[in-house]
Design a protein around this ligand. Structure first.
Ligand code: 5GP
Ligand code: MN
Length: 367
């Protein structure tokens, strides 16, 4: 397997780790499979070196990740603020995983900024805020932070000591960030890594089921409802959009994690290049935006220009401080502004183009 780090960076990493006794690991708010998986894998490696390690995340992970071995020991800042701050005070190294700038920590940002400990970044998002970190291991070309963590452990000679629990966490992170290896996964070495993880006794089939076959009946019905009643297509069928209101979330007994994966579904339509989800936040008066695309459509640029956010080329997010109806208008404006990138013809680009806001149900009745 190709070495991830140059000899110089490898040396810098070893020098940073050597004196650290108490290490604080954190990841972005609303942690996903890659955030939690990479933290657990990295923590296991550092513990194998004899370090005292804690993982602290701004808020809890969704239910479908709670099975991960070690999840129960994670300190969630929104629940145990004082513990998190005490751990941070005692830390002599802060590892920042799966995010590119401290603002992604939201409520935990100030506490982390106050710590005098050097910060190590391990991440795969574009445009890292380099001056915030003593050492930045940033590889946007890699599928996931979990893949980067595996490569680091491998290069540092930690593969032998890796156990099934840590291997499962890293596999889970790679699997979730690649849609089960259906995107960002054309590097043949990803499959070498999977093979090495399988040699540690991971149960891929069970990990898949734990993550993806973990729906409540309500979650499955919510999916049907959104696809049938809420999905709007741009006339070109190159872009689609759906909204989800607080009212609907209540109706379907929405819990954290239930929105996961929904925004990918419209991409199953032939020729679809962009999918947008607009969801009312349950706590703040903002609309959470999720963007997914295929090929070279730059979700990150759209998120930066229209939705106060950012992310990866094919998966980005952001938020709008407006009511949902306003957010929908902005989203369609964003689609029009990116008509070139969507490959629309001039006729399809006309701003007056009527979006197919009528639902499948209405279609049946009027047919
Ligand atoms: P999701 O749609 O799953 O919430 O987010 C997809 C990706 O978009 C994340 O992995 C992250 O890279 C990025 N992202 C999501 N929300 C935000 C945000 O508010 N700001 C920025 N800069 N990036 C975001
Ligand atoms: Mn990630």
């Amino acid at each position: 397997m190709t070495d991830l780090l140059s000899p110089k960076d490898l040396f810098a990493l070893i020098e940073l780790l050597k004196p650290a006794k108490r290490i604080f690991i954190c990841a972005h708010r609303s942690p996903d499979g890659d955030a939690v998986g990479s933290c657990l894998g990295w923590a296991a490696y550092l513990r194998s070196l004899g370090k005292s390690v804690c993982i602290c995340l701004p808020n809890p992970c969704p239910d479908f990740l709670k099975w991960l071995p070690g999840e129960a020991d994670i300190v969630y800042h929104d629940r145990r603020r004082l513990t998190a701050q005490r751990l941070l005070k005692g830390a002599d190294l802060v590892c920042c995983l799966d995010f590119n700038t401290l603002s992604r920590l939201q409520e935990m940002e100030t506490a982390v900024q106050r710590s005098k400990a050097p910060r190590l970044l391990i991440d795969h998002h574009l445009s890292p805020d380099l001056e915030q970190f003593a050492l930045a291991i940033s590889h946007p070309e890699k599928s996931s932070t979990s893949e980067i963590v595996f490569r680091l452990i491998h290069q540092l000679g930690g593969y032998e000591a890796l156990d099934t629990a840590a291997a499962s966490a890293l596999y889970c992170g790679m699997m979730t960030d690649t849609g089960c290896f259906t995107y960002a996964s054309n590097d043949p070495e990803i499959f070498e890594i999977i093979s090495l993880l399988m040699r540690k006794g991971i149960d891929r089939d069970r990990i898949y089921r734990n993550v993806f076959h973990n729906y409540s009946p309500d979650r499955l019905r919510l999916q049907g409802y959104l696809l049938y009643e809420k999905l709007q297509f741009h006339p070109s069928h190159r872009a689609a959009l759906f909204t989800l209101t607080r009212e609907e979330m209540k109706r379907f007994h929405f819990i954290r994690g239930d929105a996961e994966g929904l925004v990918n579904l419209p991409l199953q339509v032939k020729g679809m290049r962009l999918s947008i989800s607009l969801r009312e936040d349950t706590e703040r008066d903002v609309v959470r935006v999720s963007l997914r695309s295929v090929d070279d459509f730059p979700c990150n640029l759209m998120a930066e220009r229209f939705f106060n956010g950012g992310g990866h080329l094919n998966a980005s997010g952001g938020e709008l401080p407006f009511p949902l109806e306003e957010a929908v208008k902005i989203a369609w404006r964003a689609v029009e502004a990116f008509s070139n990138e969507l490959g629309l013809t001039p006729e399809e680009t006309t701003p007056t183009a009527q979006h197919e806001t009528h639902t499948a149900q209405q279609e049946t009745h009027t047919a």
